[in-house]
Design a protein around this ligand. Structure first.
Ligand SMILES: [Fe+2]
Length: 174
C-alpha cells in the first residue's frame, strides 16, 4: 500500500513539472519556425513560462532537496543551469528580434534548457524518489499548486498534476 501511495504522490509532482517542461519545449519549437514578427510574442510567452517555472522550483522544490546531503551537489548544478537560462532570457530580451544574434542566442538558450530538463527528468526525479517521503512529495505538490494559483494558473482539481494552461497548449488568449 505504502509503495502505491508513494508512487502516486511522486508521480503527481513529476507530472506537474513535466507538463511545464513540455509546454516550454513546444513554445521553443514554435519559435524555431516562426517569422521575426511572431518571435517577439512567442518569446514573451516563453520568458514568462520559464521564469515562473524556475521560480516555483527554486521556492518550493529545490529547498526540500537541499536538505538532503546526497542531493546537494545535484541541486547546485541545477541552480547554476537556471542562472544561465535567466542570463540568456535577459540577453535575448535586449537583442532586436531582426538581429542575427537573436536566433543564435535563442538556440543557446534552447540547448541549455533541453539539457537541464533532461537532467531533471532523468537524474533528479529518480533520485528524489530514493530520498523523499510521501509526506514531503505531498507537501511539494501542494505548494506548487498554491504557487500556480497565485500566478493565475488554474490547477484542475481532479488531476492535480494538470493545469488549465497545460490542458490546451497554445490556446491561451492574450
Ligand atoms: Fe528546473
Amino acid at each position: 500500500m505504502a509503495q502505491a501511495k508513494s508512487q502516486q504522490q511522486s508521480q503527481q509532482l513529476f507530472d506537474l513539472l513535466k507538463r511545464d517542461h513540455r509546454q516550454s519545449e513546444k513554445i521553443m519549437k514554435q519559435i524555431e519556425s516562426a517569422s521575426a514578427e511572431e518571435r517577439e510574442d512567442l518569446f514573451q510567452t516563453l520568458n514568462e513560462a520559464l521564469s515562473d517555472h524556475m521560480q516555483m522550483e527554486e521556492q518550493v522544490f529545490y529547498p526540500q532537496l537541499q536538505k538532503i546531503p546526497e542531493l546537494q551537489e545535484m541541486v547546485q548544478d541545477a541552480l547554476e543551469e537556471h542562472k544561465e537560462a535567466k542570463e540568456y532570457l535577459s540577453e535575448i530580451d535586449d537583442i532586436d528580434v531582426d538581429d542575427d544574434d537573436w536566433f543564435s542566442t535563442f538556440q543557446d538558450l534552447q540547448e541549455g534548457v533541453q539539457h537541464h530538463v533532461q537532467d531533471e527528468e532523468n537524474q533528479i526525479f529518480p533520485e528524489c524518489k530514493r530520498y523523499l517521503s510521501d509526506d514531503q512529495f505531498a507537501q511539494i505538490v501542494q505548494k506548487c499548486i498554491q504557487f500556480k494559483e497565485q500566478i493565475g494558473e488554474v490547477v484542475l482539481p481532479k488531476q492535480r498534476g494538470a493545469t488549465a494552461r497545460g490542458q490546451q497548449p497554445g490556446s491561451r488568449q492574450k
